[in-house]
Design a protein. Structure first.
Length: 303
């Protein structure tokens, strides 16, 4: 069977080069092979596909560059939410002369901007396609924003494990946030600031600096990933689009083909599973945020 009829000239010419010589010397010569090109085959549709080994390496490389930064975003988000509870134990309520009722009102007011900004921040994120270019995504809309960002990189069947990976950092933040706060409050009196104020200053400063770092560290999408080759970038984009049931954009097509439609919003609110998930997520939030806001105070028996 003549396999050259199934391989494109560009593929065959770039895969290997063998200098003319005797059969014995050919066996001893090293064949210069481009690993990515060798792993690519021409399928029936004329597109490129990677073999199993190259497939795993590409996803692993994306995991190494994307998941740690995304996980740190979510970790810092939960870490900052515990600041008020840790600051209260460190003397915030006493220094400001707040009653228990006023402290609870302060907690409520804190989360109002979270609720208001969540949807607009993620609409901006979808428009600009960059998690670091949307500063509000690091707080109010962090969870849906991170899920949206990961959907640029992974097809649906690959997405769940990555979401679980960064979501687990919420538990990690609860494990050491109090220990971190305990160490920070020892700065009490430095620069005429109380120890509880340094909790907000240092942890907030680190969050801001990490956001600046992420702006440069996170690519907008696979097409901007410098640590992927051109063939790998095209393959990842094609995998994501196929996972969403879309066709790859061809040259000359206008960007922004998928437009926002209010009827889509109506269909979402009409779906019963959306309301069931909303109730479950609300009850989960009540439990987790109650623990964040009041666990330290209950242990100290201030309530």
């Amino acid at each position: 069977m003549d396999i050259t009829s199934h391989v494109s000239p560009a593929f065959s010419s770039s895969c290997y080069t063998v200098s003319p010589s005797s059969p014995a010397s050919i066996q001893s010569e090293k064949i210069s092979v481009d690993v990515l090109t060798l792993s690519q085959t021409v399928n029936s549709a004329g597109g490129l596909s990677l073999d199993t080994n190259a497939h795993s390496k590409v996803w692993r490389r994306i995991d190494i560059h994307i998941i740690p930064v995304v996980a740190m975003f979510y970790l810092l988000s939960f870490l900052d939410r515990t600041n008020l509870a840790n600051a209260r134990v460190a003397g915030l309520q006493a220094d400001l002369g707040l009653s228990n009722y006023q402290y609870c009102i302060a907690l409520t007011v804190t989360f109002i901007p979270y609720i208001i900004i969540e949807i607009p921040s993620n609409l901006v994120l979808k428009k600009r396609l960059h998690i670091g270019s949307n500063p509000t995504s690091s707080k109010g809309g962090v969870y849906p924003g991170l899920v949206l960002y990961l959907s640029f990189w992974y097809p649906r069947h690959q997405l769940q494990r990555r979401i679980s990976a960064f979501f687990s950092t919420a538990s990690l933040s609860g494990a050491f946030s109090s220990l971190l706060a305990y160490g920070i409050i020892n700065l009490d009196g430095v620069a005429n600031h109380p120890g509880w104020a340094w909790i907000f200053i240092l942890e907030g400063l680190f969050t801001v600096l990490f956001g600046i770092f992420a702006f440069w560290a996170l690519p907008r999408n696979p097409e901007d990933a410098r640590w992927l080759s051109e063939g790998e970038r095209k393959w990842v984009v094609r995998m994501v689009l196929e996972g969403e049931g879309k066709e790859e954009k061809k040259d000359g097509d206008e960007e922004g083909e998928e437009r926002f439609k209010w009827e889509q919003v109506g269909r979402v609110f009409a779906a019963p599973q959306m309301w069931m998930l909303a109730v479950l997520f609300f009850l989960n939030g009540v439990c987790s945020l109650f623990t964040i806001a009041f666990a330290n105070s209950l242990l100290k028996r201030d309530f």
